[in-house]
Design a protein around this ligand. Structure first.
Ligand SMILES: [Fe+2]
Length: 273
């Protein structure tokens, strides 16, 4: 039993897919807002709409003074002005909002995606007894051949779901439970609005209103592609481990502390999809 307030609809699979949104009716606000470089899973930039204290930056709320959990985000005036519709959509559930930002992701391969699979730590500093933080993903560009790749077990392709990302796709994911990363084989960047929401009756009612489904058909990917990616990722992980081990042995860095902290650092920054 979770010590947090959670929603039953996430229990079985850890995600829900809502009715699609008519994205074509909206202006492309994501092209007008200001992006900052932020390391994440893949080649990305981010445009914050809400940050820890309203600055144009994307750091985790726990990395600020004073630190806080991923709740009570403060709107970033310059970007909010240029993206009123995106802000309205983030606010629609009426649930508490933490980080809210548009991600720009450059095209990648399926192997890149599997290498980038990670879990978020949205609930760091989140007090027990309060709502569990999950994240909404609204696809803004039309990327029908791209997918949000989710795995319950990072190394087990049989636990994988690939949620297709045409314009207007709306999903909510327990990103602290599920490994996730986006597969984007397109030729243009993909844009997506990511919002941290607190679980509770407001978010539950919103999911119900838009007929949240906790199981959908995966975007087809050939099994040979999956097998090749599994091998490629094993090679990349081994190369990375060897590089870190070699640096850890470097006398300039003493007893390997650097390797350990770098590894942790990577986990921390891989907080988006
Ligand atoms: Fe993430």
């Amino acid at each position: 039993m979770s010590p947090y307030i959670t929603l039953d609809v996430f229990e079985e699979t850890g995600y829900v897919v809502l009715d699609p949104y008519d994205q074509s009716a909206d202006p492309a606000e994501w092209l007008d807002i200001e992006y900052v470089d932020w390391k994440s899973s893949g080649d990305t930039r981010f445009a914050p709409l809400a940050s820890a204290y309203g600055d144009l930056e994307c750091d985790g709320f726990w990395n600020h003074t004073p630190p806080k959990t991923d709740k009570d985000g403060v709107w970033v005036p310059a970007n909010v002005e240029k993206a009123p519709r995106l802000v309205e959509r983030a606010k629609e559930p009426g649930a508490n909002i933490g980080r809210c930002r548009v991600i720009e992701l450059q095209p990648n391969s399926y192997a890149d995606t599997i290498y980038n699979l990670h879990r978020d730590d949205n609930n760091r500093l989140n007090p027990e007894g309060t709502g569990w933080i999950v994240r909404g993903f609204f696809n803004l560009t039309d990327d029908p051949d791209s997918a949000m790749v989710l795995r319950e077990d990072k190394d087990d392709p049989s636990t994988e779901t690939r949620i297709p990302l045409p314009a207007g796709a709306q999903l909510i994911v327990d990103t602290q439970r599920l490994y996730h990363a986006v597969f984007h084989p397109g030729s243009q960047p993909r844009y997506n609005l990511i919002t941290s929401w607190t679980s509770g009756p407001e978010l539950g009612a919103y999911i119900e209103k838009y007929h949240g489904r906790s199981r959908v058909d995966s975007l087809p990917v050939d099994s040979s592609v999956i097998d090749a990616a599994t091998e490629e990722v094993a090679r990349r992980r081994a190369a990375r481990a060897a590089a870190l081990a070699a640096r850890g042995k470097d006398p300039r860095f003493g007893d390997g502390t650097l390797a350990a902290s770098e590894g942790m650092g990577q986990t921390e920054v891989l907080s988006e999809a």
